[in-house]
Design a binder for this molecule. Structure first.
Ligand SMILES: C[S@@+](CC[C@H](N)C(=O)[O-])C[C@H]1O[C@@H](n2cnc3c(N)ncnc32)[C@H](O)[C@@H]1O
Length: 232
């Protein structure tokens, strides 16, 4: 049975061991899912996004991710930087035939890569950066692992990279059968993903980029669970 000792001492004790509650920054998160999963375990977790949060605004910084990462002391940062100019799925828009429509794409990609690298270099001992498969593997380094929603209880397929510093790889929590259908063009797509495509654009990106609850819970349980040893 876990008992909270003195929150002022920032410590939790069990009969077996003592551990430190962490100051956690969940960067580029407006859904509050990862933040709230950590808060549920007692951590001092904050979200930061240029948008207002969909959760409780009391623990949300509405502002710039870089300022948040460098402007305070954190024990752990999980960042979900925008992937619009980084993902393989957007590669077609860089082709010469689209250059007249999207002349700024190459520069936008450069800025997006620089944003991620700046986040990764923040003086925080434990960092996880999440992004779809894309140019970061070439421009930065290969991810430490690729996770799927169907490994964490959601019947979707969405390979997602994690670049880790000071953290162990996530272990799948609940394997389920992905719900896949074949589109008219012969390609396969997850049903969830396919349904999101039918939403109006202003809602679509939010639904598609919202962190799966199973991932949020696994991150909090495995990277914030006081019973687990923390790697430094
Ligand atoms: C791919 S979405 C991630 C959403 C996240 N998975 C969630 O569940 O809320 C990227 C987020 O980064 C935010 N963002 C973009 N530029 C930012 C910046 N400079 N500082 C903070 N947040 C930023 C966007 O508003 C968006 O919510």
């Amino acid at each position: 049975m876990l008992r909270l000792r003195s929150p002022r001492k920032n410590q939790v004790a069990s009969s077996r061991q003592a551990w430190r509650l962490m100051r956690v920054l969940v960067n580029c998160e407006n859904s509050a899912r990862v933040r709230d999963a950590f808060r549920a375990l007692g951590h001092d977790a904050w979200s930061c996004d240029i948008l207002p949060t969909e959760g409780d605004p009391a623990w949300h910084v509405e502002g710039d991710a870089i300022e948040a990462a460098y402007g305070a002391q954190w024990d752990l940062m999980i960042a979900h930087p925008p992937c619009t100019y980084l993902t393989c799925a957007g590669n077609k828009w860089f082709k010469p035939e689209y250059a007249h429509r999207f002349p700024n794409r190459p520069q936008q990609r450069e800025e997006a890569v620089a944003f991620v690298l700046r986040l990764a270099a923040a003086p925080i001992p434990r960092i996880a950066i999440e992004n779809p498969i894309g140019t970061l593997s070439r421009r930065w380094r290969r991810p430490d692992q690729i996770i799927q929603p169907y490994e964490y209880g959601h019947p979707d397929r969405k390979p997602t990279c994690l670049w880790l510093k000071g953290l162990p790889k996530l272990t799948p929590t609940k394997l389920v059968q992905p719900n896949i259908k074949r589109n008219r063009n012969g390609r396969t797509a997850s049903v969830h993903h396919d349904a999101a495509l039918r939403l109006p654009p202003e809602e679509r990106w939010k639904v598609r980029s919202m962190t799966y609850q199973g991932w949020a819970d696994a991150m909090a349980d495995q990277w914030g669970n006081p019973g687990e040893p923390l790697l430094l």
